[in-house]
Design a protein around this ligand. Structure first.
Ligand SMILES: NC(=O)c1ccc[n+]([C@@H]2O[C@H](COP(=O)([O-])OP(=O)(O)OC[C@H]3O[C@@H](n4cnc5c(N)ncnc54)[C@H](O)[C@@H]3O)[C@@H](O)[C@H]2O)c1
Ligand SMILES: [Zn+2]
Length: 358
């Protein structure tokens, strides 16, 4: 197991990555200065069935008395209704301000349990135990928590840093194939925007990653979290720099919206968005065309879509991009690569963006 600290002043906290980390959850929590006793494990039905007992055993051995809050799996659980269900259980179990909330699951549970922890009694200590690639390389770190509103995703939320993150990469073995590959889009993103050497290693190791060899997964998660941490440390509240993490996301979000949420998984839409952003990078930021091709090839090797299907809903896609344009004023602020491993932002006119689809 390897560890590092996210350096965020009062929100600083340790991150542990490794195989078998789940069985050390209790000890790690004690070492992080969290007090035992009444606490809660929040999970979903899929993850609960697979890993709850191990988490509970580790916690009980270390002196925690966790209640179990198990919710239906899926995005629709990021709702006020589920939040209320969590509060009800917390009240009933008489959790107090020292009671630790353990979020055991993917990004849905991390966001939802994180927001519950941020708000119950004005804040309970939170531990993120991410179980998907998306959660292990992205959502568990950075302090964004929240739920959806029928008017839009993540409309209600708070920045709230966890007290610790424990990522056991062996848990990824049971993740369905499509969800596993989806998360690789964000991994490839870190290489493209921040770390050319990592990008090259991903090209070399993609086969082993897809075979879920734990050594490769360990390296992948550890490096990804390190990169996300370095961005969040410099820009916790998304003032500027954190925007580079949106590489591929402008087009990705528009695609998701146009296709109707749920048709594309987020990472799939972002993969297509990154291909287009790489092409635009060649046109407007000096990225070599062969490097743009490498971005496309690596995404393809990861089993991700790299092109908009011929039957895509062009009209609604354009409308979604237009919406973005209105928000940004004249041009759309776009994340581009000037070389592999380095990103910048640039205002692009709508027509310039459309050229990326040619
Ligand atoms: N807070 C952030 O910064 C941030 C960043 C990115 C995404 N998100 C949010 O994350 C959510 C998506 O997260 P996700 O992709 O992890 O989805 P998810 O939490 O819905 O998990 C995907 C599916 O995999 C199952 N699962 C989870 N771990 C498993 C395991 N180890 N074995 C078998 N099955 C497992 C889940 O039950 C679920 O059915 C979205 O709501 C998104 O808004 C947040
Ligand atoms: Zn994303």
């Amino acid at each position: 197991m390897r560890s590092f600290r996210v350096d965020l002043g009062p929100g600083a906290h340790p991150v542990h990555v490794g195989t078998g980390a789940l069985d050390r959850l209790g000890d790690l929590a004690v070492a992080a200065g969290l007090s035992g006793g009444r606490s809660a494990i929040i999970t979903d039905e899929n993850v609960g069935g697979l890993y709850l007992e191990r988490a509970r055993h580790s916690l009980e051995t270390a002196g925690f008395e966790p209640i179990k809050i198990e919710l239906p799996a899926g995005e629709s659980s990021k709702s006020l209704m589920m939040l209320e269900r969590i509060y009800d259980r917390m009240v009933e179990a008489r959790l107090d301000r020292k009671s630790v909330v353990f979020a055991l699951g993917g990004g849905v549970i991390g966001d939802l349990a994180g927001f519950a922890a941020a708000t119950f009694l004005r804040g309970l200590p939170l531990v993120q135990v991410p179980t998907t690639v998306v959660a292990q390389v992205d959502s568990a770190l950075g302090g964004k928590t929240g739920i959806n509103h029928r008017a839009g995703k993540n409309l209600i939320g708070a920045f709230y840093q966890p007290r610790m993150i424990v990522a056991d990469v062996a848990l990824l073995a049971s993740l369905p194939e499509r969800e596993f590959r989806e998360g690789l889009a964000e991994v490839i993103k870190y290489g493209a925007i921040m770390d050319a050497a990592m990008f090259t290693d991903l090209e070399r190791d993609m086969g082993a990653i897809l075979a879920r060899e734990t050594g490769c997964l360990d390296e992948m998660v550890y490096r990804s979290l390190g990169h996300k941490a370095s961005v969040v440390e410099r820009d916790e509240r998304e003032g500027g720099l954190r925007a580079i993490l949106n590489f591929g996301h402008t087009v990705g979000h528009a695609l998701e919206a146009a296709a109707g949420y749920g048709e594309y998984l987020h990472g799939e839409a972002v993969a297509i968005g990154m291909v287009i952003a790489a092409r635009l990078s060649s046109l407007h930021a000096g990225l070599g065309t062969s490097e743009a091709k490498r971005v496309e090839a690596l995404l393809k090797a990861a089993g991700l879509p790299i092109a908009i299907p011929p039957d895509w809903r062009k009209e609604s896609f354009l409308r979604a991009l237009e919406l973005d344009k209105k928000r940004a004023g004249k041009g759309i602020e776009f994340v581009l690569l000037d070389r592999l491993g380095h990103a910048l932002t640039r205002g692009l006119r709508f027509e310039e963006i459309m050229a990326g689809f040619a």
